[in-house]
Design a binder for this molecule. Structure first.
Ligand code: PHE
Length: 337
């Protein structure tokens, strides 16, 4: 038996070796007390003197080779990454598919709404979700006794100074009019909070887009024109629009805006409550008291403002009947967009 033959045998044996038990058999066969290496070593004394050292070295090399092979196999069997990768990496195998995520429907519709106003020359601005009582109410001409100031309509955080979670995006009107001089054309997307019980059409947190324009000679007809462009861009050019008189403390006159029902085209169905119309937003001409408080000359400047619920727009556009679907992270729902 010579070294070369044993080395070739090792190479052959290691090939199909695929269990810890087989590895142990392999180890015993070569490195055991009666193994092949011991047998080789035992032949050394019978060799001619000048061959002994070289033969001994050859046996040692074989021993190291065996120890390395065994260690490598052990790593694979114990699941160690380096070994496992080496053993199982089959570059011909198809890769594991990575599922690509996508934007949340609320993000998508917010981007779409902002893009429409951006094309009409509005800039996009954001404001903080924690607001002062002044920005959320007082600066907007909302009187102290107004019910929306009650704790069951607004989340209060702190008493002195009074901080709250904004209940609408309108406080950003106050912030922007304090910061900048007219002309202003701004839209403000963002989260708002109200302590409503959660049901199919209410959530304690939802999203709004505020919009306002302030300049010399801004008229109600400008508001109508801009909102009509907006509604047709979102819901299609066939829809009709109507302004219904309403009341907001920070606009005068005020109006709620309806579009003709996109399901029944105005004939009356269960979605529009047989009215043929769907409310999409609140709007009006900015109240002179708001301008006065913020130091804007109400004789020189006029402006309009509007605010809409983004979930509502998305629900109408995509035919979604439960607001909770947006916030439950159910992939069966989210994957549809
Ligand atoms: N802030 C009002 C709301 O949340 C909406 C609105 C904004 C109405 C601007 C008029 C003008 O209900």
């Amino acid at each position: 038996m010579d070294i070369k033959a044993v080395s070739a045998q090792i190479d052959a044996d290691i090939q199909g070796l695929n269990s810890p038990e087989a590895l142990e058999q392999f180890r015993l066969k070569y490195l055991g007390r009666k193994g092949l290496l011991a047998e080789l070593t035992s032949t050394i004394p019978g060799l001619p003197k000048e061959e002994r050292a070289g033969f001994g070295q050859g046996v040692n090399t074989l021993k190291n080779k065996l120890l390395n092979l065994i260690e490598e196999k052990q790593k694979i069997f114990s699941g160690s990454c380096a070994g496992a990768a080496q053993a199982t990496c089959d570059i011909g195998m198809p890769g594991m598919a990575q599922e690509l995520g996508h934007l949340h429907p609320i993000t998508r519709i917010t981007d779409e709404i902002c893009a429409i106003f951006s094309r009409m020359g509005f800039s996009i601005v954001e404001g903080p979700e924690i607001e002062s009582e002044y920005n959320n109410f007082t600066g907007l001409n909302i009187p102290l006794e107004h019910p929306s100031r009650e704790a069951f309509d607004t989340f209060y955080l702190k008493d002195y100074p009074k901080l709250l979670l904004r209940s609408h995006t309108s406080p950003v009107q106050v912030r922007q009019m304090q910061e900048q001089k007219p002309p202003l054309a701004i839209v403000v997307p963002g989260r708002v909070y109200r302590p409503d019980a959660v049901d199919a059409s209410h959530s304690f947190m939802f999203h709004q887009v505020e919009g306002f324009m302030v300049d010399r000679e801004i008229k109600f007809s400008d508001l109508k024109g801009i909102l009509e462009m907006f509604a047709k861009a979102v819901f299609g050019s066939e829809i009709k629009m109507r302004f219904r008189p309403h009341f907001f403390p920070f606009t005068e006159p005020s109006a709620e805006v309806d579009i003709s029902c996109i399901i029944c085209k105005g004939k009356g169905c269960s979605v529009c409550g047989r009215k043929g119309w769907l409310e999409i937003l609140g709007s009006g001409m900015i109240h002179p008291n708001v301008f006065k408080q913020l130091g804007i000359d109400a004789k020189k400047y006029t402006g309009f403002a509007f605010g809409m619920g983004i979930e509502r727009i998305a629900m109408l556009k995509y035919g979604i009947n439960d607001i909770r679907l947006f916030f439950e992270n159910d992939l069966r729902f989210l994957r549809q967009f």
